[in-house]
Structure formats: structure tokens, C-alpha cells
Design a protein around this ligand. Structure first.
Ligand SMILES: C[S@@+](CC[C@H](N)C(=O)[O-])C[C@H]1O[C@@H](n2cnc3c(N)ncnc32)[C@H](O)[C@@H]1O
Length: 205
């Protein structure tokens, strides 16, 4: 059975922004994938824009919070192993998700799977909390062999703060990165603003 740290956050409210109109305009077909859809705030936006979203998440607790219009289109699975056929989606998002991928191998696996299930030319958008150089973060960061930016959040999660360059590099085999924007995101504990990154990419091919 898949387990998720997010099962322990039954009232989690996601805070990262999403420019749905720009995303919807770039999608190549109605069927789109929301990876780590959580409780479905972005599924609602995608459906209200005329798209037909499938929501995938590791947390049954979060999926149960989704509005009934999405029932039947929700899947419990890991981003690193997508249970879909090749080129079956016209766009995908992964908002606030890669923070939970602690190893480079995990992020590479997710990117490879997204590349496989997306039609060439489809948009793939990610956002994530990135590295903070304030003392309050630096003193809490822990290191592994491949990163110096693991942190236990005030929400009780173990996450990795990725540098945009690291993510761009991993995307670059299969995706063209169109735009990288830095913006303060409200922290998941809702206590303050911290560094956030949006990446807009397009499936090559
Ligand atoms: C911060 S929430 C964001 C939810 C949603 N994307 C949003 O922006 O409203 C992160 C979600 O990603 C899910 N998640 C974390 N790691 C995942 C993985 N490897 N595969 C699929 N979902 C994952 C968590 O269970 C959680 O629901």
C-alpha cells in the first residue's frame, strides 16, 4: 500500500499560485494530468476551464477531500510510475510536489514518466519551494550525499528544496524549458512568504 506524509495533514490548504488560463491555452487535448493533485483545488480549476483532468496522488486522505465531480478520475499512484499509456495526455502539472521527492533518482523517474505520457508539444508546469539563504532556514537544512537542502517543515513534512538549475537540468533531455519565474510563495504553514519557483516546460519532439 502507498503511504504519504500528507495523510497526516487532513486539513492542508495548498498555497502556491497557478495561472490556469495560460496553462489551458497551451494544452493539446482535453485530457490533462494533475500529478500530486492533493485535495483537488487545481482539478477544480482545470475542469472549470473546459479540460478533463485526471488527478493522481499518493495520499488517500487528500484524494477523499476532492469534490465529487472528480470521482472516477482519481488515481492513487506515485509520480515515478504513472499507470497510463504513452502520449495519452495533452498537458500536465505538478504543483508543490517535487519538494516531496528527496532524491535525484526520484525526480528523474517522475520527469521520464511525464515525458512518456505527454504528447509532444504538451505543456508541463511545475512549481516548488526553493532554497532559502536566511539564517532561519540555513540552520535547519540537513545534507545527504546529493543535496544540502533537506528540511523538516513546520507542517511536519520532510522535504527537499531544489535549485531551479537542478530541476532544469533534469528536465532538459525530454522538455524545453520555456520560462522560469521566481516569486514568493506563502509557506505551507501559512506563517510567512518564502522563495518559490514556477517552471513552464514543453514536451520535446
Ligand atoms: C503541497 S500538496 C499540493 C497539492 C496540489 N498540487 C495543489 O497545488 O493544490 C503536495 C501533494 O503531492 C502529493 N505527493 C507527494 N509526493 C508524491 C508522489 N511521489 N507522487 C504523487 N503524489 C505525491 C502529496 O500527497 C500531496 O497531496
Amino acid at each position: 500500500m502507498i503511504q504519504s506524509e500528507y495523510d497526516s495533514l487532513p486539513e492542508m490548504i495548498s498555497t502556491t499560485p497557478f495561472q490556469i488560463d495560460d496553462f489551458a491555452a497551451g494544452c493539446l487535448m482535453q485530457q490533462v494530468l494533475d500529478i500530486g493533485c492533493g485535495y483537488g483545488r487545481t482539478l477544480d480549476q482545470l475542469a472549470n476551464s473546459g479540460l478533463s483532468p485526471i488527478g493522481l496522488d499518493t495520499s488517500i486522505v487528500q484524494l477523499r477531500r476532492c469534490t465529487p465531480m472528480h470521482f472516477g478520475k482519481l488515481i492513487i499512484a506515485k509520480a515515478s510510475s504513472l499507470p497510463f499509456s504513452d502520449e495519452s495526455f495533452g498537458g500536465a502539472i505538478a504543483l508543490g510536489v517535487i519538494d516531496s521527492l528527496l532524491t535525484t533518482a526520484d525526480l528523474k523517474a517522475m520527469v521520464n514518466e511525464c515525458g512518456r505520457v505527454l504528447m509532444p508539444g504538451s505543456p508541463f508546469w511545475l512549481n516548488f519551494y526553493t532554497i532559502n539563504l536566511e539564517d532561519s532556514f540555513v540552520s535547519r537544512y540537513k545534507s545527504t550525499a546529493e543535496t544540502s537542502h533537506l528540511i523538516h517543515t513546520r507542517s511536519g513534512l520532510k522535504v527537499r528544496h531544489w535549485a531551479p538549475e537542478e530541476v532544469e537540468q533534469i528536465l532538459s533531455d525530454l522538455f524545453s524549458v520555456v520560462r522560469i519565474d521566481a516569486e514568493p510563495f506563502l509557506s505551507m504553514s501559512h506563517r510567512r512568504y518564502v522563495n518559490g519557483i514556477h517552471i513552464r516546460a514543453v514536451r520535446k519532439g
